[in-house]
Design a protein around this ligand. Structure first.
Ligand SMILES: NC(=O)c1ccc[n+]([C@@H]2O[C@H](COP(=O)([O-])OP(=O)(O)OC[C@H]3O[C@@H](n4cnc5c(N)ncnc54)[C@H](O)[C@@H]3O)[C@@H](O)[C@H]2O)c1
Length: 325
């Protein structure tokens, strides 16, 4: 049973010029919600929201949420999505990642409290670390190495969950936590190091696909439209969470690479590179809670989502080639 929350007229999206953030801004505007997008373009780009800047309900503000956050006027909803999210990004920017998970979360919770707004934190399946329970449900506490290289991201998110919970319990802020599992789709950066954009780029350019380890490690991949629908279901509810948002469709990295070769019609070979330190061996969400509380479940089959993603990347490559030549 989904309880209806307040009417949302104006939302703040931090990290709104990133992959997920830009889709959220788009979908909020489509629901007649005004959007203030705060981003410092650390890993995102104004290019991701360029199609929205003419919209009368959209404002893009360059701002680092670890400095301070000030938004004049009423705000009904704060979505805190600012953070480097790919291993390549957060390993390159460990301090920025810890700061946006701690100070950024503190400042955005302060904004939500000041405005009496609903607050939704973008947490991650990485809070489960290299899980000892499979699939992962929200009751599982996780298996994270705080001093391993991935600790900068995983612990930043674990801290931000604790801080969000403290604002709910001690200050009465209306907060919700979504634990997002691997999401893919248009507007990912080809060079962000995540498996799907890397494999698609390699396959389209006829280069060998770089599968980590022996490729037997699994991930569960969710198409961006499904993830965004789940996040907004959480945003428009009064649920505290945490709620897993992801697609239980689990597959090995080797299978994913083979599939992308098939879908692109590529002649690329599959090569193997070293497995990153503390790489999770398995990952699959238990989405029972999301179904029960939010009435949400993913609907886009992986084949369809991968096809759309391949088409988008192919279009970008063609446009770049046309510009160059
Ligand atoms: N994409 C996924 O599969 C996934 C999975 C789990 C969790 N998440 C979470 O969702 C959020 C968005 O991820 P994404 O994949 O869109 O990543 P992304 O890198 O595309 O977007 C993050 C955005 O945050 C901005 N940002 C970073 N630090 C900032 C700061 N200090 N101030 C203002 N803006 C800042 C970046 O410039 C970027 O636009 C992140 O919090 C991430 O942890 C994503």
């Amino acid at each position: 049973m989904v309880r209806a929350a307040r009417t949302v007229r104006r939302a703040v999206v931090t990290g709104g010029a990133g992959f997920l953030g830009s889709h959220l801004c788009e979908q909020l505007l489509a629901r007649d919600v005004e959007v203030v997008c705060l981003d410092n373009f650390l890993t995102g780009s104004p290019q991701n929201v360029v199609h929205l800047v003419e919209h009368p309900g959209f404002r893009l503000v360059r701002c680092d949420v670890t400095d301070f956050v000030h938004v004049p006027g009423p705000v009904d909803l704060v979505l805190h999505f600012a953070s480097p999210a790919s291993p390549l990004d957060y390993l390159r920017m460990p301090i920025e990642t810890l700061k946006v998970g701690s100070l950024g979360t503190l400042h955005t919770l302060g904004l939500a409290r000041e405005k009496g707004a609903r607050y939704v934190l973008a947490s991650t399946s990485e809070v489960y670390g290299d899980p000892l329970r499979h699939p992962q449900d929200e009751e599982y506490w996780g298996n994270v190495n705080p001093v391993g290289p991935r600790g900068v991201y995983d612990e930043a998110k674990r801290f931000s969950e604790a801080l969000t919970t403290a604002y709910r319990t001690s200050k009465g802020t209306d907060t919700g936590i979504v634990r997002i599992f691997n999401t893919y789709g248009p507007r990912m950066r080809a060079d962000d190091g995540r498996a799907i954009p890397a494999f698609v780029g390699q396959a389209l350019e006829g280069r060998p696909l770089t599968v980590a380890g022996d490729g037997s490690q699994t991930r569960s991949i969710c198409y961006v439209d499904d993830t965004v629908r789940g996040i907004l279901a959480m945003a428009f509810s009064t649920e505290a969470g945490p709620v897993n948002i992801g697609n239980p469709d689990e597959l090995s990295m080797l299978r994913l690479a083979q599939w992308i070769v098939e879908l692109t019609g590529s002649t690329s070979e599959i090569g193997f590179v070293d497995l990153p330190v503390d790489d999770p061996k398995v990952r699959r969400p238990d989405t029972t809670r999301a179904e029960r509380l939010l009435g949400w479940r993913p609907t886009v089959p992986s084949e369809e989502g991968l096809r759309r993603t391949v088409d988008w990347f192919a279009g970008r490559l063609q446009a770049a080639a046309a510009q160059a030549g």
